[in-house]
Design a protein around this ligand. Structure first.
Ligand SMILES: NC(=O)c1ccc[n+]([C@@H]2O[C@H](COP(=O)([O-])OP(=O)(O)OC[C@H]3O[C@@H](n4cnc5c(N)ncnc54)[C@H](OP(=O)(O)O)[C@@H]3O)[C@@H](O)[C@H]2O)c1
Length: 390
C-alpha cells in the first residue's frame, strides 16, 4: 500500500564559494505521495544512498562533469533501492533491486534504462554496489590499472588514506586513529598524518621517491609528491577534496618537476569507463566473493541525517564509506532478509558501522587493497623492499 506522504531532501541554498557546507543548505520536505511510473519508468523505494565528496559539485553554480542541481530541486546521489511498481514496457518488476543516481528521497521515479538491475552474487550484499562493486571499487580499479598502469616493484602513495603495491606502501590520512588503523589493519608500510606539524618531514623520510601518487585530495601532499617523483612517475588525479570547497586552488610549487622527471599528471573520471564497467565489476566481484576485499561502512540512519552528512565527510569524521540507510522492510526477490541484515552496530541510535572489515570501502582503501591483489593476481615478481628515508 502506498503511503500518503513521503520525505525528500531539497537543495535550499548554495554554499558560498569558499564556505563549508552547512546543514541549512538543505531542507527536508514531507510531500504528498503522487508518484506513478509512466511508460518505461519504475517507482523505486530507496534503501541506501551514498554520500560522496563529488556531491559538493552538484551544489556549485559552475558546471563541472556534474550539472548543478537547481535550488529548490531534490538532491541526488548514487543509491540502491527496490522497484515497487513499474510502468509499461520495462523489464523491471516489483522486488527487483536496482542502483543508479537516485533522488535523496524515500521514493523516486526513474527511467528503467537509467538504473541497473542488481543480481547479488554469493557472499555479496546490496551495499557492496555503493562500495567495492560500485563507483568506489571501480574508480580504484580503473585508476590503478588503466591510468596509473601500476607495476610490481613500484612505490605507490595514496592520499586520503593508504596505498599498496610492490615495494613500499605509504598512506596519508587525517588522524592518528586512522593512521594506526591503516598500519595495523591494512598492514601498510607507513601511514602519515597530514595534520601533523611534522608532516612535510615525515613525508620525505617515509616516501623518499615514488612511482605513482594516487591523489584524492590535492594541496600540500600533491606538491610534496611532485617534488618526490622517480623518473617516469605517474600522478593520478582521482579527486581534489581539498579544493572542492573553495574557489581558490592550492598553488603548486613543484609543477616543473613533471618536465625534469618526464612524469605525467593525469585526471580521470569513472564516467570515462562506462563501456568497461563490467570488466572492472567482474574482477572486483571475484575478490569480494572470495573475501579478499571486504568493506566498512559508516552508516547514518534515515533521511533526517542527510543535511549534516556532507559536513561529516568534509570534516573527516567518517570511518568508512559514508552512506545513509532508509527503508529496512522491503522484500526482495529470492530473499526474505533485507540486505542490511549484517549492519550490526548502532551507536547512540544514530549510525551503524559494519565492522567485519579488513579494509574499508573508500576509494583510497580499495585502491590500497587492490594494489596488493593486482600484484598477487598477476604474479609479478616483486622488487625487494627498498630502504626508507631515501
Ligand atoms: N575520478 C573519479 O571518477 C572519482 C569517482 C568518485 C570519487 N572520486 C574522488 O575520490 C576521492 C575519494 O572519494 P571517497 O568517496 O573515497 O571519499 P572519502 O574517503 O570518503 O572522503 C572523505 C575523506 O577525505 C578526507 N578529507 C576531507 N577533507 C579533506 C581535506 N581538506 N584535506 C585532506 N583530506 C580531506 C577525510 O579523511 P581524513 O580524516 O583523512 O582527512 C574524509 O574522511 C574524492 O576526492 C572524490 O571526489 C573520484
Amino acid at each position: 500500500m502506498s503511503p500518503s506522504h513521503y520525505t525528500q531532501i531539497v537543495l535550499a541554498s548554495r554554499p558560498a564559494d569558499s564556505a563549508f557546507i552547512e546543514a541549512d543548505n538543505f531542507r527536508k520536505e514531507v510531500v504528498p505521495f503522487d508518484l506513478k511510473p509512466q511508460k518505461g519508468q519504475v517507482l523505486i523505494r530507496v534503501q541506501y544512498l551514498s554520500i560522496d565528496p563529488a556531491t559538493r559539485l552538484w551544489l556549485s553554480e559552475t558546471k563541472t562533469f556534474l550539472a548543478p542541481i537547481p535550488i529548490g530541486s531534490v538532491m541526488q546521489t548514487i543509491g540502491i533501492g527496490a522497484v515497487i511498481a513499474s510502468g509499461e514496457d520495462t523489464s523491471l518488476v516489483p522486488g527487483d533491486l536496482v542502483s543508479g543516481d537516485l533522488d535523496m528521497a524515500e521514493y523516486t521515479i526513474r527511467d528503467a534504462t537509467a538504473v541497473q538491475k542488481l543480481e547479488l552474487p554469493l557472499n555479496t550484499q546490496a551495499l557492496d554496489y555503493i562500495g567495492p562493486l560500485g563507483h568506489i571499487g571501480l574508480t580504484a580499479y580503473f585508476g590503478l590499472i588503466d591510468i596509473a598502469q601500476i607495476k610490481a616493484g613500484e612505490t605507490l602513495v595514496v592520499s586520503g588514506a593508504a596505498g599498496a603495491i610492490g615495494s613500499i606502501v605509504i598512506g596519508i590520512s587525517g588522524s592518528t586513529k586512522k593512521c594506526e588503523w591503516l598500519e595495523q589493519e591494512l598492514g601498510i608500510d607507513k601511514a602519515l598524518n597530514y595534520k601533523s606539524p611534522t608532516f612535510k618531514d615525515d613525508f620525505s623520510k617515509a616516501v623518499g621517491t615514488l612511482d605513482v601518487f594516487y591523489d584524492n585530495v590535492g594541496g600540500e601532499a600533491l606538491d610534496l609528491a611532485l617534488a618526490s617523483m622517480n623518473l617516469h612517475a605517474r600522478i593520478i588525479i582521482c579527486g581534489t577534496i581539498l579544493d572542492i570547497n573553495t574557489a581558490e586552488q592550492y598553488p603548486l610549487r613543484n609543477y616543473s618537476q613533471l618536465l625534469s622527471k618526464r612524469a605525467t599528471m593525469r585526471g580521470f573520471s569513472l564516467y570515462d569507463y562506462t563501456a568497461r564497467l563490467e570488466e572492472g565489476r567482474k574482477y572486483l566481484t571475484e575478490l569480494v566473493t572470495k573475501g579478499a576485499i571486504k568493506q566498512r561502512y559508516h552508516v547514518l540512519n534515515g533521511l533526517d541525517t542527510a543535511p549534516g552528512s556532507l559536513g561529516i565527510l568534509f570534516r573527516g569524521e567518517n570511518e568508512g564509506k559514508l552512506i545513509f540507510t532508509l527503508a529496512t522492510d522491503v522484500q526482495l526477490h529470492g530473499s526474505s532478509d533485507f540486505p542490511s541484515a549484517n549492519l550490526n552496530h548502532y551507536h547512540h541510535g544514530r549510525y551503524i558501522e559494519v565492522l567485519d572489515a579488513r579494509t574499508m570501502s573508500n576509494i583510497n582503501h580499495v585502491a590500497t587493497r587492490l594494489g596488493k591483489l593486482l600484484h598477487l593476481a598477476h604474479q609479478v615478481p616483486c622488487a625487494p623492499k627498498r630502504a626508507r628515508g631515501r
